[in-house]
Design a protein around this ligand. Sequence first.
Ligand code: NAD
Ligand code: UGA
Length: 441
Amino acid sequence: MASVNFRSINICVIGTGYVGLVTGVCLAKIGHSVICVDNNKDKIKKLKKGISPIYEPGLSSLIKEGIKKGRLSFSEDINYAVKNSDVVFVCVNTPTQKNGKTDLRYIKAVSREIAKAMNGYKVIVSKSTIAVGTSQKIKEIMKRHHHPKLKFDIVFNPEFLREGSAVDDFLHPDRIVIGAESEKAKRIMEQIYGSVKTPIIFTGIEASEIIKHASNAFLATKISFINTVSNICEKNGGEIEEVALAMGLDKRIGKDFLKAGIGFGGSCFPKDVAAFIRVAKDSGYDFKLLKEVQRINFNQREQFVKKVQSLIPNLKNKKIAVLGLSFKPNTDDMREAPSIDIIKMLLVKKAVIKAYDPVAMEKAKDIFKNKITYGSNMYEVMKGANAVLILTEWADFLKIDFKKAKKLLRSPFIIDGRNMFSPEKMANLGFEYYSIGRKKL
Ligand code: NAD
Ligand code: UGA
C-alpha cells in the first residue's frame, strides 16, 4: 500500500484535457507543485482564471483551491514547464486511425519538445493510452533530441479514471500501475503517489501498456456480453436487471459493467478496442472476440432505432424528443456518444429531432450543427413530440413529471435506452414504454 513515501515533487502535466487536467489538479491536491501545460490558448486562458474548460464534478473547486494554495499554475510554455519540473506527465490525445493504429503525432511532438527543454534528470511519465511498444518509441525520440549528457527515465502509468467520476477515481483508485525500467524512477513514482491509499503494481513497461488496453477491452466485452444477454431476455421474457444482479453477485463475475443499454461510447472504449484489435493483428493474431464486441455494440444502436420504428413505422416528419446526448451522465463529453449514431439513423429516416441535455448541448451543436434543434429543458422538447427517447441516464430525468409529460406529448411513447424507469410504473401511467432487455407491458 502506498502511504509512507510521500514527498512533494515539482511536476508538469502536458495536455489539459479530461485526463491531464484531472491529473494535474489532483496531484496538486495531494501536495505536489504542478504546472499544467496546453497548446490550446483558450483552455489556458480559462484555467488561469480558475475556470474549468470541461464539465467534471468536483474539478472546478479543486482548480480554485490549487491556484489559491499556490500549488497549481497553467502555462502554454512547455519549455518553461519542463525546465521547472522533475517529473513530466504526458496526457495528450492519442486517437485511433481508421486502420486501428494509434495516431502518435501529438505524443511524438511533445516528446521532441520535452527532450529539447531538458536541463537535468527527469522522469517522463506517459498517461496517454498507447499501444504496446510505444514507450520505447518515445524513449528513442527523446534520445534523438535531448542533450546526451542529460539522463532521463520513461514510465508508463496508465490512467483508469472514468469521466463523470474522474476526481474520485483519481484520488481513490483500485490500483496504480507503474511500468518502469529503473529503480530510481520507481522510487520517484512511489513518492508521487505516496499519500494515495491503494496498491501500487510495478510492472515492466510493455506489461503496463498491455494492462491498459486489456482492461478497457475487457470492460467493453462485459458490456457487449450483457447487451447480447438482454436481447435473449427480450425474446424469451427474462428481465435483464434480475439476470445482471444475480450474475454480478458472483464475485468472480462482479456487478459492475453489467448494465444493458444502447452500447458503450466515449473517447476510450471504442478507440481502445479498435487499437487492441490492431495490436493483436500486428502480433499475428486475429482478435475475433473484440471484433464481435464492436459489432454487438453497433447492433444495440440499430436495435434501438428498430424499437422506435416498431411504434412509429414511418418516421418522416415525426417529432422525436431526445433526452440526453452525452456518452454517459455527469460529463459534457460527446465523443463517440451512442446518441450520435442513433440521431444520425433517425435523420436518415427524416425524423425531426429536438434534443435536451443538461450540459452537453454546446458540444452537440458542433456535431449536429442545425440538423437538429435544442430545448432549454426536458418539457420543452417533449411538446408535440410523437415519442421520447432516453439516450443518457442523467439523474435529472428521474424527476420527470410524467403527468405533465403525457399532456405535452402527441403520443405517449417512451423508448428508454438506459432502463431508467420501471415498465410497470410506466404502463400504469399510460405510456407505451420500451426499454432494453425487459418486457414491454
Ligand atoms: P483530450 O483530447 O481531452 O485532451 C488532450 C489535450 O492535449 C488537449 O487539451 C490538447 O490541446 C492537448 N495537446 C495536444 N497536443 C499538445 C501539445 N503538443 N502541447 C500541449 N498540449 C497538447 O484527451 P483526454 O480525453 O484527456 O485523453 C488523453 C489521453 O488519456 C488519451 O490517450 C486517452 O486515451 C487517455 N485516457 C483518457 C481517459 C478519459 O476518460 N478521457 C481515461 C484514461 C485514459
Ligand atoms: C472508461 C473506463 O471505465 C476507465 O477505467 C478508463 O480510464 C477510461 O474508459 C479510459 O480509458 O479513457 P469512461 O469511458 O469515462 O471510462 O466511462 P465508463 O463509465 O467506462 O463508460 C463507458 C461507456 O460504457 C459509456 O457509454 C457507458 O454508458 C457505457 N456502459 C458502462 C454501459 O453501457 N454499461 C455499463 O454497465 C457500463
